[in-house]
Unconditional design. Structure first.
Length: 587
């Protein structure tokens, strides 16, 4: 937080009155005043230290040290804010800043639950240290779902003491998204205590309302939940707005709800509670389309007016999170300014962050120094020596009727009952019938804690895929056509300290190493894009119907319906109970 000394206030006043030269002047731009919805030509902005001192026609002092930017023909916008994103896995936040900041993103509010699940408090703390060194204004949400449902899954954990330390930080804006069944159906007292502590600090409780209806949604709201990014239709979004929620319309690489919700603009007279967010971004999207700037362009294409759209990534999120110094270009505000050549395409020319020019023509002017993660960050796997027999399902009948997880789409599953023929006392995969064997292994124990099941609907005809990114618990998930390749893939993953690996006939065909806490790569964004494409393309060549990079992450996710496999067993998410794998025995 800024420390306003009386000396700073006096100096700022002197600059505003033209008695002291500013550090930087932006000359003759076209200002978007978001409060009066005016385009004001020939506007100057005088900046002193990290604050805007004056907006208008500057007639005050200059000095030799005053930097001058000619903004003739350029539009002056506040820095863009992404109010809900996950920057704590896949790529480093320094790599994110290299692509997002030159396109106008100056502020992010990021979840940290992925790191907390993977490495606990130490992983979150190291992420914060890296975030302090990047050219980006980073606010965080304290991790909440660690793991999402403790009755059914295990992760590194995040103690109440760690929570209390993080939630009090000035740049922590609240508690990250919490899955409503934990507090409404399970009456989780530990989570409710965290709700209480957060609300008493005057901070936000971020929501995840997917599946909550009627009284359950109202109860969730009554606990203090004030936003959601999970609306998938105009009706859902409007209902959330009726209850007082801020609606963050998601436009990311997995979910793109903007086209389904854009018609909402015709119903609303007051759009203060509408925002855009990316939620999740992959390297390809970030490189080729952008981040929150891409969502902004899409909103304009969907018919939102320029002022309406820009507010959804500036003023609205700033006001929602109480960031009173951001979201608007006016005297006294923090000097985050985006200079744009074309409003409809949001083609960014220059980016000023905290009073300093940091990006020009799509590139950062200074690349942040690499942050050195601890040795412990590379030692998050305790499990080792996985043998093929671990994946056997002993059975003494002729055939078994078993529950399989049926892939519906990238994120949703269903239950499907199939017959599996016994082979030498084991129930194997049957790739000819599109049935794979799957396993979920807890990474934090030398003695394997695991469960095994079946998966239908991937199309994979040969080989195995393994991943250490599993929303949100981040253990080891593997799907394969035979136990030998499954063993090989998991051992390769452990040897490389995490990542995604594709194996066929005991040979590694594609790999995406993620050795930092098992979920983050040290590679450049361009290299990550290539490795992910190779993984997806190779998997498709073996019959995979879905994006392997996405499916490996989402299949074990207990935050969405319907049937999921955790290391403790096969979980019916809607019923919130384990169900048996084998339904019936056929002699």
């Amino acid at each position: 937080m800024q420390n306003f000394s009386k000396e700073l206030l006096l100096e700022l006043k002197e600059v505003t009155l033209g008695e002291r030269p500013p550090d930087l002047i932006i000359k003759k731009g076209i200002l978007l005043n978001l409060l009066t919805e005016e385009l004001l030509p020939e506007t100057d902005i005088a900046i002193y230290k990290n604050r805007i001192a004056f907006v208008g026609q500057w007639k005050g002092k200059f000095s030799k040290e005053t930097e001058i930017i000619d903004a003739k023909g350029l539009f002056l916008l506040p820095g863009f804010i992404d109010p809900h994103c996950h920057l704590d896995f896949v790529f480093r936040i320094s790599e994110y800043s290299r692509f997002a900041v030159p396109k106008g993103t100056t502020t992010v509010i990021t979840e940290t639950a992925m790191l907390a699940n993977s490495g606990g408090y130490e992983a979150v703390r190291e992420f914060l240290h890296e975030a302090k060194g990047v050219p980006l204004r980073v606010y965080l949400l304290c991790p909440s779902v660690i793991p999402p449902f403790p009755k059914f899954e295990t992760s590194a954990g995040f103690s109440f003491e760690a929570f209390k330390e993080i939630i009090k930080l000035p740049f922590c804006l609240g508690l990250g998204e919490t899955y409503w069944p934990r507090v409404i159906m399970d009456n989780d007292k530990d989570m409710l205590q965290r709700f209480s502590e957060t609300l008493n600090l005057g901070k936000r409780l971020e929501g995840h309302t997917a599946g909550a209806r009627k009284e359950k949604l109202q109860a969730y709201t009554a606990l203090g939940i004030s936003s959601c990014h999970e609306a998938t239709s105009e009706e859902e979004a409007f209902n959330l707005l009726r209850l007082g929620h801020a609606v963050m319309i998601r436009q990311g690489y997995i979910r793109k709800e903007l086209p389904k919700i854009a018609s909402l603009k015709h119903k609303l007279k007051d759009m203060r509670n509408l925002m855009l967010c990316t939620d999740l971004l992959d390297p390809e999207t970030l490189i080729e389309k952008g981040g929150i700037d891409w969502a902004l362009r899409e909103a304009i294409r969907e018919g939102f007016g320029i002022f309406e759209a820009v507010k959804m990534v500036t003023l609205n999120p700033a006001q929602y999170f109480g960031l009173k110094d951001l979201g608007f270009l006016g005297p006294g505000k923090l000097a985050d300014v985006v200079l744009v050549e074309d409003l409809k395409e949001m083609k960014v020319k220059l980016v000023i962050l905290n009073g300093k020019l940091v990006a020009e023509n799509g590139k950062l002017l200074s690349i942040p120094s690499p942050f050195g993660y601890s040795q412990k960050a590379y030692e998050s796997f305790k499990v080792k020596n996985i043998v093929p027999s671990l994946f056997y399902i002993p059975f003494n009948g002729k055939k078994a009727k078993v529950r399989t997880i049926q892939v519906v789409n990238d994120t949703i599953t269903a239950e499907s009952i199939v017959e599996i023929r016994n082979k030498s006392g084991n129930l194997p995969a049957d790739p000819e019938k599109d049935i794979l064997k799957i396993a979920h292994i807890f990474k934090g124990s030398e003695t394997p804690i695991f469960s095994v099941g079946f998966l239908k609907g991937t199309g994979l005809k040969a080989g195995t895929l393994a991943s250490s990114i599993t929303w949100d618990a981040n253990n080891i998930f593997v799907m394969g056509t035979n136990e030998e390749d499954m063993s090989f893939a998991v051992n390769a993953l452990i040897e490389h300290k995490g990542g995604m690996f594709l194996v066929k006939d005991g040979k590694l065909l594609a790999s995406l190493p993620l050795p930092i806490w098992g979920i983050i790569s040290p590679l450049k964004m361009e290299e990550l894009k290539e490795k992910i494409q190779q993984l997806d393309n190779t998997a498709q060549s073996l019959g995979m119907k879905w994006r392997a990079f996405v499916l490996l992450q989402t299949l074990p996710f207990t935050g969405l319906p319907s049937l999921r496999l955790t290391e403790k067993g096969l979980l019916d998410v809607k019923k919130q109970e384990f169900v048996p794998l084998i339904v019936d025995k056929i002699e």
